[in-house]
Ligand binder design. Structure first.
Ligand code: HEC
Ligand code: HEC
Length: 280
């Protein structure tokens, strides 16, 4: 049962990319029905939950609290507060706006961590233990066992458009039309007119990402992540979902534009400069 969950979740995590490559190869539109998770899976086996609880107590409870309320002993000293798991609200997802995350989404967050926040990466932890923690974390919120929360609609990434001057120009146009600039600023530097007025659903102040600065991204490591994030939105934050308002093609154009905002060469130059400075 648990192993089955594992395989399905892993397949879902990878299917997005596979789909986009496949459809691009033969140039046809995919007519497949959207991928959905239809119903709660029921609690994981007792031994998995016991292992998850043990590992959670060691690795997560110091920040997220023994009861998952985000009130561990370290929390008071953190400016960005650890997530309260009891509400079942997750930012980083492959599911539609307002929906629960998949198991793989939570696994993904634990594995990568959230860059530039206190949330560390647990990539060095055994995968079985990371999966067991996912099962345990889900028990903090009754939403995961509530059948009215289902089905979960997994994002379809459509046909990927590769970056080109045309794609970037269209992306820039969409960036302005969709009012991304209102929060992220006219040049993406995270300084739009609304930037200093925002807070998350937990009452903590929150700032729009500086999209020109790779190290300011919490989640995105590539253009597909960018596509996913503004498609699904970040639940619990003011960052909206644009899945309904834009076609797949336009979302790829916008993702290309957003990803191009980082001056990668400058980033590399800075790295080289600082290494050089160290050597001197
Ligand atoms: C040093 C403190 C710290 C530790 C240890 C820690 N976290 Fe976090 N975690 C955070 C903070 C802070 C956030 C909120 C980040 C934000 O809002 O940007 C967070 C957010 C999260 C999220 C929310 C992601 C989303 O999509 O909304 C998940 C899931 C999570 N942590 C799981 C875990 C798990 C599981 C562990 C243990 C394996 C763990 N964390 C250990 C500090 C920590
Ligand atoms: C109402 C304000 C608002 C609007 C409008 C908005 N964003 Fe955001 N966005 C945010 C906030 C706030 C965050 C930071 C969330 C966090 O740090 O947890 C964010 C985060 C992001 C991220 C995540 C970067 C990362 O990996 O950490 C991307 C990508 C992004 N926005 C793109 C866009 C695009 C593209 C648009 C327009 C289509 C847009 N946003 C519109 C407020 C907004």
């Amino acid at each position: 049962m648990f192993l089955q969950t594992l395989t399905v979740a892993a397949a879902i995590g990878l299917s997005g990319l596979a789909l986009s490559v496949q459809t691009q190869d033969n140039g046809t539109q995919s007519n497949s029905t959207p991928t959905q998770i239809l119903a709660p899976e029921g609690p994981a086996p007792a031994d998995v939950l016991a292992r998850g609880k043990e590992m959670y107590g060691i690795s997560c409870a110091p920040c997220h609290g023994l009861n998952g309320k985000g009130d561990g002993p370290i929390a008071a000293n953190l400016q960005i507060k650890p997530r309260d798991f009891t509400r079942g609200i997750y930012m980083n997802r492959s599911t539609a706006s307002g929906e629960l995350p998949t198991d793989y989404d939570i696994y993904h967050t634990i594995t990568r961590g959230l860059h530039d926040t206190p949330m560390p990466s647990f990539a060095q932890m055994r995968p079985e233990d990371r999966w067991a923690i996912v099962q345990y974390v889900k028990t903090f919120s009754p939403r995961f066992e509530d059948s009215t929360e289902y089905p979960l609609d997994i994002l379809d990434v459509g046909n990927q458009i590769l970056p080109s001057p045309q794609s970037l120009a269209r992306g820039r146009q969409l960036y302005l039309e969709m009012q991304c600039a209102n929060c992220h600023g006219i040049n993406g530097e995270g300084n739009g007119p609304a930037a200093n007025t925002l807070s998350d659903d937990f009452g903590n102040p929150i700032h729009p990402t500086d999209l020109t600065n790779y190290s300011d991204f919490k989640f995105a490591r590539n253009v597909l992540d960018v596509f996913r994030i503004f498609s699904t939105g970040l639940n619990g934050t003011p960052m909206p979902s644009f899945q309904q308002s834009l076609s797949d093609t336009d979302r790829w154009n916008l993702a290309n534009y957003v990803w191009s905002l980082q001056d990668v060469n400058q980033y590399m130059d800075n790295q080289i400069d600082s290494n050089f400075a160290k050597r001197k």
